[in-house]
Design a protein around this ligand. Structure first.
Ligand code: WTA
Length: 634
């Protein structure tokens, strides 16, 4: 592989959009729109006009109780109504809303009208199970139409969904279901991955032994494995059985603008995962506005975001964003390189995808197989490309631009987080691009790079990435943990600004260059995993007394886990134990926890108060300067 810095040195070009892109741009003048966005309250008030409200808001922003901001105060609205029902009355009624495709080449299309009927039937079914507004429903499903139907049905009746990524495993599922006190779990028999069927039901079964709040488990027969009705326990029921005979009409619940829409757990640097709380109206305004503006979504587009709905990208930009815009969203289940590394490009050609959004790790992975795979396919339907999840190295950017975008498609490098709900820093299609930079904050958002005291750092210098004004799709709190919400996001930097937990710098044009996390959160193949979660998985094995993990850079996955373990008496880190530990962590956390190396140590660097100093391990590993170690005990 060519060295990044090498490419960077040679690649100083600025990429400007062509006439076709400019002609179709929803926002023609970037600077002017940013100017407009400075009056952010009015800017976001205006963006709320696109929806059908049961009752219009009385006030756009209530910031009287910082950092507990409220948006669209007094408004009544329903997201599912706006994402589905609203289109039934229009020409979009028979347009495909969901195009589900899997790695076996199977497809299922649901028009807006068909989706509407299914969502209503399932909402009725949930209601019959006693699910009411405000109840929590955990969802542990692969990418499949029933996943989308489930989330929309919850939203329609006002239940709060909490999706757990299907690549996570028992420990992670138990923790998330119990924290949410979910009444219902929706799962499936399995999922397709690289030609195999992966069993999800056995994970759910094992988890349910420890989840007493769950009254009913709904099982989607997705892969058609051999589970029969007679195999189900008393509290289990098949999705299809529940839908039978249910009416295809359901009146949308009138939700308050600030009613909770969903919980989504994400990893922090310490302790258990955080239940990020998103509310109804602000989230809708944020995702719909940003998707439309950043990707120029027009009628006739076929939008494909490859993210899994288990993460925020899937919530905002596989489901809610595209449906709120009345677009067609392609939902893909499978690996990027199965049956061969041309699988994705085959789909782009076959269905005529126009806007394509993926993660740098996937690009680097596919890049490894060479350009002969994309060359085999006609990719001329593509108009705009995008990336998310981690910084994109310029080498991958250029490869994507040349081989997938045929040098015709601008690349939208979108920076945002589970907590932000929607894009924060991102170009628009008209923006001059620099490979590796997410450019500037979007109109209506004001990001900056500051030091620990909240003072802006000089251009070119690294600092903490902050957002200075509240925005509609921001998280409202952490579920059952207001203190952690305040301390994590609003106390790190003085001045009541949102601290993102990322390190960044700004260049002479005010473009942001995101450098990575400032805390102990790992980004493995774009997936956010907390070091403490991995450490608890390790110490739940009888051989491990103490564990500390750090991220080690990896050319494809961005980061993989390197673990330092203190073993209990009588254990030795031989090949057999290494294999067993890898299996154990995978069983507890799931395949997302990609282990690079395991090292046995006699002690771990700790502060006097007993906190592991992963920074020290990292510095040692990378041969870096240790920095301030005055609080170091050992
Ligand atoms: C990182 C994913 C650089 C960042 C939507 C952030 C990025 C974390 C980018 C959030 C980008 C996301 N360039 N880094 N375009 N997008 N990140 O919550 O470190 O899974 O804080 O949300 O991903 O990860 P999360």
């Amino acid at each position: 592989m060519v060295d990044d810095t090498d490419v960077l040195l040679k690649e100083k070009r600025i990429f400007k959009p062509n006439e076709i892109i400019l002609g179709k741009a929803i926002i023609k003048d970037w600077e002017e729109e940013i100017e407009k966005g400075k009056d952010y309250v009015n800017y976001w008030a205006d963006k709320a006009e696109q929806f059908t409200w049961f009752k219009k808001p009385e006030k756009t922003l209530d910031d009287s109780n910082k950092p507990f901001f409220k948006w669209y105060v007094g408004g009544k609205i329903n997201l599912a109504y706006n994402a589905v029902d609203r289109w039934i009355e229009t020409d979009k009624r028979n347009q495909v809303a969901i195009l589900y495709v899997n790695e076996r080449g199977e497809e299922e299309k649901l028009t807006y009208y068909e989706l509407y009927r299914k969502v209503n039937k399932f909402a009725n079914a949930l209601k019959n199970l006693g699910v009411k507004k405000g109840d929590k429903v955990s969802v542990y499903l692969p990418m499949c139409p029933e996943l989308i139907i489930s989330l929309l049905a919850c939203t329609k009746l006002g239940a709060i969904h909490s999706v757990v990524y299907s690549g996570l495993s028992v420990m992670a599922l138990v923790e998330r279901v119990n924290d949410a006190e979910a009444k219902i779990l929706i799962t499936s028999d399995g999922t397709y991955r690289r030609g195999k069927v992966i069993d999800l039901k056995n994970v759910a079964d094992e988890a349910m032994l420890q989840c007493s709040s769950v009254e009913t488990v709904i099982v989607v027969k997705h892969t058609g494995t051999s589970i029969q009705t007679s195999d189900l326990s008393g509290k289990e029921v098949f999705f299809d059985t529940l839908m039978e005979g249910e009416p295809a009409e359901f009146e949308a619940e009138e939700m308050d603008a600030e009613d909770t829409l969903f919980l989504l757990y994400t990893s922090g640097s310490t302790g258990k995962p955080k239940g990020v709380v998103h509310t109804t109206a602000g989230y809708m305004v944020g995702v719909a506005t940003t998707l439309r503006n950043v990707f120029n979504i027009h009628d006739g587009d076929l939008w494909w975001c490859t993210a899994d709905v288990g993460w925020i990208t899937g919530h905002s930009y596989v489901i809610y964003g595209p449906l709120l815009l009345g677009s067609t969203t392609l939902v893909y289940e499978g690996a990027p390189d199965y049956p061969d590394p041309g699988a994705w490009w085959n789909i782009v050609e076959k269905y005529g995808v126009t806007k394509f959004y993926t993660a740098p790790t996937a690009i680097r992975h596919l890049m490894r197989y060479g350009k002969k795979y994309p060359k085999k396919y006609n990719l001329s339907s593509l108009k705009i490309l995008g990336t998310v999840g981690e910084p994109i190295n310029p080498e991958a950017w250029i490869w994507y631009h040349k081989n997938i975008g045929r040098e015709q498609c601008p690349i939208m490098d979108t920076w945002w987080q589970t907590e932000t709900g929607s894009y924060m820093i991102s170009p628009l299609p008209v923006t001059p691009l620099k490979p590796g930079s997410a450019t500037r904050s979007l109109p209506g958002i004001e990001a900056d790079v500051v030091d620990r005291d909240g003072k802006p750092v000089p251009l070119g210098k690294g600092g903490h990435l902050v957002i200075k004004n509240p925005w509609p799709s921001m998280l409202r709190t952490l579920y059952k943990d207001e203190d952690r919400y305040i301390n994590t996001y609003w106390k790190e930097i003085p001045g009541c600004v949102y601290a993102a937990g990322d390190i960044a710098r700004k260049d002479e044009d005010g473009y942001f260059w995101i450098q990575g996390r400032s805390d102990d959160v790992l980004k493995i193949a774009g997936h956010r995993i907390g070091t403490s979660e991995v450490e608890s998985a390790f110490v739940s094995h009888p051989a491990v007394a103490e564990a500390a993990v750090i991220g080690k850079s990896d050319p494809i996955k961005g980061e993989v886990i390197k673990a330092f373990l203190i073993l209990r008496e009588g254990y030795n880190l031989d090949t057999k134990l290494i294999e067993e530990l890898k299996k154990h962590v995978r069983h507890e956390l799931g395949p997302v926890a990609v282990l690079g190396a395991i090292k046995q140590v006699d002690s771990l660097p700790k502060t006097r108060s007993g906190k592991i100093m992963r920074r020290v391990l990292r510095a040692r590993e990378l041969g870096e300067d240790l920095g301030d170690t005055s609080t170091l005990e050992e």
